[in-house]
Design a protein around this ligand. Structure first.
Ligand code: NAD
Length: 551
């Protein structure tokens, strides 16, 4: 089996349903030795896996798709139970997009990684040629967050495997059972032993995985943890992709379709209870339409039902953890203290189930609790979708990532001001621009400091596996998804051939005054890229080569 799950562990992690308080299951807290063994096993499995054909890898990924398709409801329920998100949202935002990503990379990885000839200019006239081929890296360590516990690690694993790597996934401590489900899917699909391993644990397990020196770390999580991982990975020169936080702006110009923009703002801010890295966390609307847009947003927000994720009429589920809900409370209080106004929401939901009967365990806190192991009742983890007006960028809550169901609205009067306000952030993951003027949309998009910018769309492009995903500024380093994401999972090798290997190169030793004169002339002829200028170098070149042949 691929998962490292050893029986009789002293320490375990209890996974709770944040909407009901019920225990979903228990998993072992892997030791540092477990983690090191997983990387060693992964490296052994890599020796064989890297030699498999793209056809074989593709067949297995397609088989894994079939396993998922045969269990869609079961998987969606598990995601919903561990994360608190609505069942339907688990299907729409996790299962469907990752199935699409799987079919894309199953069909296209071979083409994307096909060896390619490189144009080498005038060197080609000297009978040289260059090509690039792509080697897998080895063992890829995947350390995801809890907010998209299925689609993010599974998508990254599929890309890594298609590129010829093996993977070790350390799921979030809040969603370990979804992590084990991923392992089960690969195993059922017939992937070879240790090509995919799941090690359950917390932050210390993640740190052990980095210390075990896999060949790449794909990390998704907070900026603070990303910095720790980058520092730890540097000890072994392990390269890392960091997918970090966001404070994503949505800009609505007066000429936008306000009805659509309002719907997009509500979904963009409140899906997954606002716990998406690309959630709309700041809305900037042109002043002349601010009242109308706000009214529409508030109306739509008030229609939303909140509750346990298993109900199909529920749009807003629970938040993942007490820690997360406290950040939302802090930010809402901060907005109020700074003079902003709550239009709707602004509190924990009063009528949600209270969690009871929590087992007393030193690891309680890991599952999103208060950290007090003796408490048997916890606060419900629901927070109402909250619309705030009168927000300005100098408010702390407009700068820090909230990661909750809040939608603060600010106004602007000119295009330049909208761009300046949107860029006034340490983050730069995604942004969205709403206007009927396509030229304006393109013009503004290119000035926004963010890895993905949507025009008349919002949030969802992580779901397009063909397109690169990643942030500017503190939102991350490197990319997942798309060709750029695949390139993170391979090492390019340049193969250079001299097809006319008859004469020494003019730049070889020994050097001489003739050599130096030739080199000097090269700077203004050959190095200019001009064939005409380079032709004037030929007499000197011949003299120099003759000189070398005599020696
Ligand atoms: P987190 O940083 O607390 O934890 C993320 C993962 O890192 C978990 O699996 C955790 O166990 C592990 N971890 C913790 N400490 C570690 C250490 N020292 N070494 C190695 N691993 C360690 O983040 P979180 O609360 O799980 O996730 C929320 C954050 O994730 C938000 O900031 C959100 O914006 C971000 N996020 C970003 C993207 C993206 O694509 N950019 C996607 C989803 C979430």
């Amino acid at each position: 089996m691929n998962a490292v799950v050893t029986a009789e562990r002293a320490e375990e992690i209890i996974s709770y349903n944040p909407a009901t308080g019920a225990e979903v299951g228990r998993v072992p807290l892997a030791t540092d030795d477990d983690v090191a063994a997983a990387v060693t096993n992964g490296r052994e499995a890599f020796a064989k896996w890297k030699t498999t054909s793209f056809t074989e890898r593709s067949r297995l990924v397609k088989q894994a798709r079939e396993v998922i398709l045969s269990q869609v409801d079961e998987i969606a329920h598990l995601i919903s139970q561990e994360s608190g998100k609505p069942f339907g949202e688990a299907i729409a935002m996790e299962i469907a997009p990752v199935l699409d990503l799987m079919q894309y990379f199953a069909r296209n990885t071979e083409k994307l990684l096909r060896p390619a000839k490189i144009g080498i200019g005038l060197y080609a006239l000297m009978g040289r040629s260059s090509k690039i081929i792509y080697h897998p890296l080895g063992v890829v360590g995947i350390i995801p967050a809890w907010n998209y516990p299925f689609s993010i690690p599974l998508g990254e694993a599929v890309m890594a495997l298609m590129a010829g790597n093996t993977v070790v996934i350390k799921p979030s401590e809040l969603t370990p059972l979804v992590g084990l489900k991923i392992g089960e899917i690969f195993e059922k699909a017939g992937f070879p032993e240790n090509s995919v391993q799941i090690i359950t644990g917390d932050g210390s397990t993640g740190a052990a995985l980095v210390d075990a020196a896999p060949d790449k770390i794909m990390f998704t999580g907070s900026v603070a943890t990303g910095k720790k991982i980058a520092a730890a990975a540097a000890k072994n020169l392990t390269s890392v992709v960091l997918e970090l936080g966001g404070k994503d702006p949505m800009i609505v110009f007066a000429d936008a379709n306000l009805e659509l923009a309002a719907g997009a703002a509500v979904w963009g801010a409140f899906c997954n209870s606002g716990q998406s890295c690309s959630s709309v966390e700041r809305l900037y609307v042109e002043e002349s339409v601010a009242d109308e847009l706000t009214r529409k947003i508030v109306e739509k927000t008030k229609q939303l039902k909140q509750g346990t994720g298993n109900r199909e009429d529920v749009s807003i589920g629970a938040m993942s953890s007490e820690r997360q809900i406290q950040i939302v409370e802090d930010h809402v209080a901060q907005f109020l203290a700074d003079g902003a106004k709550i239009e709707t929401g602004g509190r924990r939901s009063a009528d949600t189930p209270v969690r009871i009967g929590v087992a007393s365990t030193p690891k309680n806190a890991l599952a999103g609790g208060t950290g007090d192991a003796d408490k048997s009742v916890r606060a419900p983890l629901f927070y109402e979708p909250t619309v705030i007006t009168g927000a300005t960028n100098d408010m702390r809550a407009m700068q820090e990532e909230t990661f909750g169901p809040t939608l603060p609205i600010a106004t602007f009067t000119t295009e330049e001001e909208a761009i300046r306000l949107a860029n006034d952030s340490e983050f730069g993951l995604t942004a969205s621009i709403w206007t009927r003027d396509r030229a304006k949309g393109q013009r503004v998009a290119q000035q926004i400091e963010a890895g993905s910018v949507c025009i008349n769309e919002v949030l969802y492009t992580h779901g397009i596996g063909q397109t690169p995903w990643g942030g500017f500024k503190n939102s991350g380093r490197g990319r997942t998804h798309g060709r750029e994401g695949l390139m993170e999972l391979v090492q390019p090798q340049h193969i250079h051939t001299n097809k006319l290997s008859l004469l020494p190169d003019a730049w070889w030793m020994p050097y001489s005054p003739t050599a130096v004169a030739t080199f000097r002339k090269m700077t203004t002829t050959f190095a200019s890229g001009s064939l005409v200028k380079t032709s004037t170098l030929l007499p000197r070149l011949l003299k120099r080569v003759k000189e070398l042949l005599k020696k």
